[in-house]
Write a protein that binds this ligand. Structure first.
Ligand code: BGC
Length: 537
């Protein structure tokens, strides 16, 4: 890896879903104390940075994505002083820290929204959000036909007759980014955390901040310009943020969560004067198919290179079904962001694990950076059978109990021991983990996998540590080598080849001097189906 390029062009960033990572105080919810105690684990895993899901003061209507105060840490997770200690300790371990910022909406308990509710329709307090009178003779119809991402209408009516917009839950009113105070406030929040040492931010719903001021109905069918997603004007906001980040020393960087229709539209977020990086969700959405994957990889690299931005690959996160389960079906369907992922067919856990191992080697060999979602290094599957009574994701209620939501990928991590809470909480915990862990996770704990050469954890450790030291990996380019259908083979300079066998037949490894790491045993020079290997040439 080049030592002169900024860190974010090559970084492997570990996603800490803090509620489910490690519980330090025994209340059944993960927290900063738990995270601090596990920093040595993350260091030895070999990642470069941590993205921490929202830790701010929140009523938790959407797991912390409903923020009541961006300058306070929620008491469930700790205090600002503990956050500062965490940042310092992480830096001591060579790990950078990137919190999540949620600029599209606040909690309905945020001081601004409470003030808006206390004020009258048409008042300045309401202008920081998106309030409108309703349609119809007595205003009983919502101002337009927009729908919430979580199901149901995107508008809620107040007793005084005014409606307010929420692209997510009603507890998450959308801010009005045409208002200068909103812009100033977020610049001030960024400075607040940058001056406490954070290395960047993951920007939640970066593609949603600007709405068409006319708030037109969403027309049926395809539309050239969407009234609230991915509008060109969002880039003005991010140009200002980029300049702001540059005022601080040490290469602070942003990553955008931006869902766009095409890779061209995604590339616009990471132009030189825009954000540094954006998640490549196309990779996550691809099926387990060599053509599909190769197209996604090529399209992403080609378009990002036109704006000189690195790719950032991701297989799983806190919003989607874990990939060990997505890939554990014979038929892996292409995932579409507008629909919940519906797996087809019976889960074959061994198949899912095999492919997840191969996918990890593929992802970590690609040019650019990568994200590892907590627990994928333990090979955790989606928990598909959580009882309905424990589901907490607002999607479950908002969808009228037709979509179980995202709790299945958010189950607290198993660290050690033979039974729940598997070391997630301390021995004297006062409460059980906030979501129940499966009874058969004792072989999945970090402790059980440590030192077991065949485990997912040791595969990640080996690959991540190789990646840190290998001069061919991280940022730069790849060259595809000839291969039969179903097999992906590419080389990187100097002296590195990655082979992924998605065909049904064993594949003879191309010329090499040694196998650096493989996702399973290589016998007689043959790589078995659904396996991958890194080779030295
Ligand atoms: C986050 C989700 C969250 C939503 C609303 C997303 O994109 O990743 O977890 O529910 O934004 O803030």
């Amino acid at each position: 890896m080049s030592t002169t390029a900024p860190w974010w062009r090559s970084a492997v960033i570990y996603q800490v879903y803090i509620r489910s990572f490690a519980d330090g105080n025994g209340d059944g919810v993960g927290d900063i104390a738990g995270l601090r105690s596990r920093l040595p684990y993350l260091k030895s895993l070999g990642v470069d940075a941590l993205w921490i899901n929202p830790w701010y003061k929140s009523p938790m209507a959407d797991g912390g994505y409903d923020v009541a105060d961006f300058r306070e840490i929620d008491p469930l997770f700790g205090t600002v002083a503990e956050a500062e200690q965490l940042i310092e300790e992480a830096h001591g371990h060579g790990l950078r820290v990137i919190p999540d910022i949620v600029p599209n909406h606040t909690s309905d308990q945020h001081a601004w929204f409470r003030a808006a509710l206390a004020a009258r329709p048409g008042s300045p307090e309401r202008e920081r959000y998106v309030f409108r009178p309703g349609r119809g003779p007595d205003g009983t119809q919502p101002p337009n036909n927009w729908v919430s991402v979580f199901g149901g209408p995107a508008w809620t009516r107040l007793p005084d007759g005014d409606w307010y917009l929420h692209l997510f839950a009603p507890e998450q009113p959308d801010l009005n980014w045409q208002h200068p105070e909103v812009r100033e406030e977020f610049e001030s929040i960024l400075r607040f955390w940058f001056s406490r040492g954070v290395d960047g931010f993951r920007i939640d719903v970066a593609h949603g901040l600007i709405k068409d001021p006319a708030l037109p109905d969403l027309p049926p069918g395809p539309h050239a310009r969407h009234p609230h997603w991915d509008r060109d004007e969002v880039h003005d906001i991010f140009r200002t943020w980029r300049r702001l980040a540059a005022e601080f020393d040490g290469d602070r960087a942003f990553v955008a969560e931006a869902w766009t229709d095409t890779p061209e539209r995604l590339a616009a977020y990471v132009r030189e004067d825009g954000l540094h990086t954006a998640f490549n969700f196309d990779f996550l959405m691809a099926s387990w198919d060599s053509k599909d994957l190769r197209t996604v990889i090529d399209d992403s690299l080609t378009l990002l290179s036109t704006v000189d931005a690195p790719a950032t690959w991701v297989l799983s996160n806190h919003d989607v079904m874990r990939h060990a389960s997505r890939y554990g079906r014979k038929k892996v369907t292409r995932w579409s962001p507008t629909e919940p992922y519906r797996p087809e067919g019976v889960l074959d856990p061994a198949l899912g694990t095999r492919r997840a191992r191969a996918a990890a080697l593929l992802m970590l060999a690609l040019p650019g950076g990568a994200y590892v979602y907590q627990g994928e290094e333990l090979g955790l599957p989606e928990v598909e059978d959580l009882p309905e009574s424990v589901l907490q994701d607002p999607i479950w209620e908002r969808s009228g109990h037709t979509d179980r939501g995202r709790d299945g990928c958010r189950v607290p991590l198993p660290w050690s021991g033979r039974s729940a809470p598997y070391g997630f909480s301390p021995d004297n915990a006062s409460a059980a983990p906030w979501l129940p862990q499966p009874a058969d996770w004792s072989e999945r704990t970090a402790q059980a996998q440590t030192g077991d050469k065949a485990s997912m954890l040791e595969l990640y450790r080996t690959a991540l540590n190789l990646r840190r030291d290998h001069p061919a990996l991280g940022d730069s380019t790849l060259t595809w080598l000839d291969s039969p259908e179903g097999v992906l083979v590419f080389s990187r300079t100097p002296g590195f080849t990655c082979v992924v066998n998605l065909s049904g037949e064993p594949y003879p490894l191309p010329e090499h001097t040694s196998v650096l790491v493989s996702s399973g045993p290589v016998q007689d020079g043959l790589l078995a189906p659904d396996h991958a290997a890194w080779l030295a040439r």
